[in-house]
Design a protein around this ligand. Structure first.
Ligand code: WT7
Length: 654
């Protein structure tokens, strides 16, 4: 263990004094309360935090577990929770600060947000005929209209499904089909690194052939020339102008779906993770308050993209539910230079900054001394999410960015958990670098074995959440069986299935939890989840490929890189292999998008398979890392293939 990992960093005393959770005693009190009176705990917060249209009669109904109901009987509207209730005392407070790639800015007050969202919602209802329960796919850049679109759907009870703008037409088409969406909201494009790029053309490609989509709503951002299908494509800017800024919010049941977000699993196609209204918004708000401890006059910035769960919960829903000022940034952290983020922190006086380890590593590498050029004294809390952060990056973040004066919250959670589940509390938790520390109050996260027995310190185990919690996934869209199998199939406690995250974790002597990474065939590239099965399915579409196995390999910047072992149908000469490599990456680009491009492709004569035909990925992971294979290879159908693969990797190609 390195020096940094051993150290403990205590919360800043002045900060702790003002924090919502001020010390570990208060943390334990809350956690004990939840242990002793689980429903009472959640009942208290649901009553305190949510503006109910009608009160609920049951806090938690587990009678059909793992299909659970929170706050049954209650009615609310998430857009009212995020906007209308703030119009009483925060009408002129800035809700969203938008900064474009080129530095253009918009300050959107809660009043203005209300008007924009209501107009958008009226347009969806009146012009596009969207009704409660309809699915709407949003394929958008990072512009405020993405947030308006989400909140407008929430206002009229439509279920949004955002597809990250980096996904290909094929990936977009799959998600549209699975959700059976009839409307896509998109933009002409946006700006990245000073240049315009297009999105609408990807939508056009996705909608070739038969599709459930009837209409496309196009927002103008960069005014580039785009093609137009009359009768299908409509201009937001033209339509929305005629709509009223008043719009009645749909009264939603607690368990009505709020949104779907597709994520990768270890097998098959992406899963539509379904989140429902009440439980999700409650925990989004509570974690904003506890984990970032945002105060009335604070400005908070999360650099994620709205296409991922972090963007949903911690750019839009969480900050707005608590009435905060949230920053939305169209650009990238390294443009025009590696000081961009710090310039923005100085200019907007950012108090909480939340980003991914990949971004921290890039900024550390390319602009180690950049933070010193700016006044970062407004910062109080720094957050990281998405993957384990390595101690050197952590240390730089703590010292160079935080001036050794800010808490770092290493927040562990997933698309499925809706919000943070294991994380330090900035005013309470003595932090250890690169450690997610303790379960948040109310979350029964434990490191256990398959029978639910708690693991001893130092023993690797499975990170489970042993009681339902309000913001948990409710279903895999259209596939109840997959929901049960994916999350409640591996671990039981007292004979009952419990939620298994798919991650390994380990306690230290003081009970701190460190996440050790996925235990399944999911790899984490730059904080984005990729299923190896999905990448393999894409590569197999290449006509030259007979067999393929994909594994993760440690990568300096991305955390994990994608390493593909490919068996070709015909042996080819070296020149052709390079072409084949390019062709394989082109197929991936077409099927999934640039985020899934392989870092390494190695052609091999065969894959290490057991006699029953199962590929031994562990061996492939070891070889990809450049380590010697020490695993038992005697059970392989052809043990000699291991040495052949090793030599292929050494030589680059077979
Ligand atoms: C997976 C979830 C949660 C928003 C972004 C990713 C990994 C997440 C941490 C962390 C170590 C982490 C896990 C998890 N992960 N946070 N703080 N330390 N690993 O959401 O795409 O659903 O991915 O990201 O492996 O299962 P996601």
């Amino acid at each position: 263990m390195s020096e940094t990992q051993k150290s403990i960093y205590y919360p800043n005393k002045a900060f702790a004094k003002e924090a919502r959770i001020k010390n570990m005693c208060e943390y334990h009190e809350l956690q004990n309360w939840a242990h002793e009176d689980y429903e009472g705990f959640w009942d208290h917060y649901a009553k305190e935090k949510i503006n109910w249209i009608e009160p609920y009669h049951t806090v938690l109904d587990e009678s059909k577990a793992p299909f659970v109901k929170w706050f049954d009987g209650g009615r609310l509207n998430v857009s009212v929770q995020c906007i209308d209730r703030h119009l009483v005392d925060k009408k002129n407070k800035v809700a969203i600060i938008f900064e474009g790639d080129n530095g253009d800015q918009q300050m959107i007050t809660y009043l203005s947000l209300s008007q924009k969202v209501n107009r958008f919602a009226n347009m969806l209802r009146n012009q596009f005929g969207v009704k409660k329960g309809d699915r709407v796919v949003i394929y958008m850049p990072m512009i405020p209209e993405a947030a308006y679109a989400m909140l407008a759907c929430a206002r009229i009870g439509a279920i949004h499904s955002i597809v990250f703008g980096g996904f290909s037409a094929e990936a977009l088409r799959d998600r549209i089909e699975d959700a059976q969406a009839e409307l896509v909201i998109t933009a002409d494009g946006a700006y990245r690194k000073g240049k315009p790029y297009l999105l609408k053309n990807v939508v056009d490609e996705a909608l070739c052939g038969s599709t459930p989509v009837k209409k496309v709503c196009v927002i103008e951002r960069n005014h580039e020339e785009i093609s137009w299908v009359s009768g299908r494509d409509y201009s937001y800017n033209e339509l929305v102008a005629n709509e009223s800024s008043e719009c009645e919010a749909e009264s939603m049941e607690s368990e009505d779906p709020l949104f779907l977000l597709y994520t990768s699993g270890s097998t098959g196609k992406p899963k539509g993770v379904q989140h429902n209204c009440a439980g999700y918004i409650l925990w989004a708000q509570m974690t904003m308050e506890w984990v970032f401890d945002v105060k009335a006059d604070d400005t908070y910035w999360c650099t994620a993209d709205v296409g991922w769960i972090t963007g949903h919960t911690y750019i839009v829903y969480g900050p707005l539910a608590m009435g905060a000022t949230t920053v939305m940034f169209e650009g990238v952290p390294t443009y025009p230079d590696a000081g961009r983020c710090w310039k923005m922190v100085e200019e907007h006086k950012i108090n909480q900054f939340y980003t991914a380890p990949t971004a921290i590593r890039v900024l550390h590498k390319t602009g180690e001394h950049e933070p010193a050029k700016y006044d970062l004294s407004s910062l109080k809390v720094l957050g990281t999410v998405g993957e384990p952060i390595d101690p050197p990056a952590w240390k730089w973040y703590y010292e160079a960015v935080g001036g050794s004066n800010c808490a770092i919250v290493d927040t562990y959670w997933q698309t499925e958990t809706g919000g943070h589940v294991v994380s330090p509390l900035p005013g309470a938790t003595p932090i250890k670098p690169a450690c997610a520390t303790f379960p948040l109050p109310g979350i029964m996260a434990e490191v256990v074995d398959e029978e639910g027995n708690k693991k001893e310190a130092g023993e690797q185990g499975l990170l489970c959440i042993t009681r339902p919690w309000p913001s948990q996934i409710r279903n895999v869209w259209g596939d109840e069986e997959r929901y049960v199998k994916s999350y409640f199939g591996d671990v039981t406690k007292n004979g009952k299935p419990v939620y298994f995250s798919g991650d390994g974790a380990i306690y230290d002597e003081e009970g701190y939890i460190t996440i050790t990474g996925r235990t399944d065939d999911v790899i984490n590239v730059s904080g984005h989840r990729m299923g190896t099965a999905e990448i393999e399915a894409a590569i197999k579409k290449s006509s030259d490929v007979a067999e393929v196995a994909v594994v993760g390999k440690p990568h300096e910047i991305k955390g994990e890189g994608i390493f593909a072992y490919v068996v070709l149908k015909n042996e080819e000469n070296l020149g052709e292999l390079i072409e084949t490599m390019k062709a394989i990456n082109n197929v991936i680009k077409h099927e999934i998008g640039n985020i899934a491009l392989c870092d390494d492709i190695v052609f091999v004569p065969g894959l290490p398979k057991t006699r029953s035909g199962k590929v031994m990925r562990r061996i492939l992971r070891t070889i990809a890392k450049g380590e010697a294979v020490t695993q038992d290879t005697s059970t392989l159908e052809d043990p000699a293939v291991v040495a052949q693969i090793e030599s292929c990797v050494k030589n680059g190609v077979c």
